[in-house]
Design a protein around this ligand. Structure first.
Ligand SMILES: [Ca+2]
Ligand SMILES: [Ca+2]
Length: 319
């Protein structure tokens, strides 16, 4: 079976439609399926991952301290997913990104400023290597700084404006080729709108069809969920006292799936099942864990794993 498996995997990859995003964001055993990554905060940060093929612990590493923001991604060409975190520097006016390059080798990059919203898990130029963004609001404008191949040998920085104060920023792929940065907010009194910008070409898309409720109230931040064609859907999470609701929209502003998870907890996204098309959601409460595929619209209870789940997409304020 050992020799058979890579062949099957190769066939699946070849059969994928052109342009399908090949980047599986947290894959340590390199089988093309996301592994379940958790961190434990103690005297330091302990990272653990269970391999999707082997089911055994692929890693158990101490890296970073509580308060660091985990940003694992496919940062290095030819390597599986690398562990990394962002830390606000007390002495300098910038953020420090650290990556674990080997058992004792740590790389460091300075990018963004304390208080920025930082993003990882994106691939803005579509080369399969992780890119990063840092976002801040100044004079009511949303100012973006993107760093292509952040931990690579020749990173490229792009600066631009997109969106306005009050928007929720994130990234997603509208074309299945590359991730575009997004700014989601109000459009007049009746609608919500999504602005997308291709970081490399500067092309901008405007999608006006979203219902107004999505940019009112708690204004949930959208997050990307890859569909079967590699084009991302938008996930929105809201909660009341007892339940957590995931609503999934396409770019036309149509709700394509909705699921109510009993309880409150943490949701992450990844390609956690090869059996269902596109990416899945994993939802963890204090005592239960389930997996949900928006296209399949079926939720499955899965074996509980403790620790804080870390998805392959991070959008978080650091500082
Ligand atoms: Ca895997
Ligand atoms: Ca890239």
């Amino acid at each position: 079976m050992k020799t058979f498996f890579p062949l099957v995997l190769a066939l699946i990859l070849c059969a994928a439609p052109p342009g399908l995003r090949a980047q599986v964001r947290t894959d340590f055993d390199n089988d093309g399926v996301s592994d379940f990554l958790t961190v434990f905060s103690g005297s330091d940060l302990t990272w653990k991952a269970k391999g999707s093929s082997s089911g055994v612990e692929e890693l158990d590493l101490h890296f970073g301290i509580p308060g660091d923001t985990p940003v694992p991604a496919h940062w290095i060409s030819g390597e599986p997913t690398s562990l990394a975190y962002v830390r606000s520097s007390a002495t300098a006016d910038n953020l420090v990104w650290k990556i674990l390059l080997g058992p004792v080798s740590i790389g460091e990059v300075r990018f963004g400023r304390p208080g920025d919203i930082v993003m990882s898990g994106a691939d803005f130029d579509g080369d399969g290597i992780g890119d990063a963004a840092a976002v801040r609001v100044k004079r009511k404008q949303v100012r973006w700084e993107a760093r292509l191949n952040l931990f690579g040998d020749s990173p490229v920085t792009k600066k631009f404006k997109l969106g306005k104060d009050g928007d929720r920023v994130f990234f997603m792929s509208p074309d299945g080729v590359a991730d575009w940065v997004g700014s989601f907010g109000r459009a007049g009194k009746r609608k919500s709108r999504l602005l997308l910008r291709n970081v490399v070409t500067g092309a901008v898309q405007r999608h006006n069809g979203f219902p107004r409720t999505l940019s009112r109230g708690t204004r949930p931040r959208p997050f990307p969920i890859a569909g079967s064609d590699g084009i991302d859907l938008l996930g929105f999470v809201t909660s009341d006292e007892s339940d957590t609701t995931l609503s999934v929209y396409n770019l036309a502003g149509e709700e394509v799936a909705r699921h109510i998870f009993p309880g409150l907890g943490t949701m992450i996204v990844g390609d956690f099942s090869a059996a269902t098309a596109g990416e899945e959601i994993i939802f963890q409460t204090a005592s239960t864990m389930s997996r949900f595929n928006p296209l399949d619209a079926d939720a499955t209870t899965i074996t509980y794993v403790s620790g804080q789940p870390i998805g392959g997409v991070t959008v978080a304020v650091v500082g």
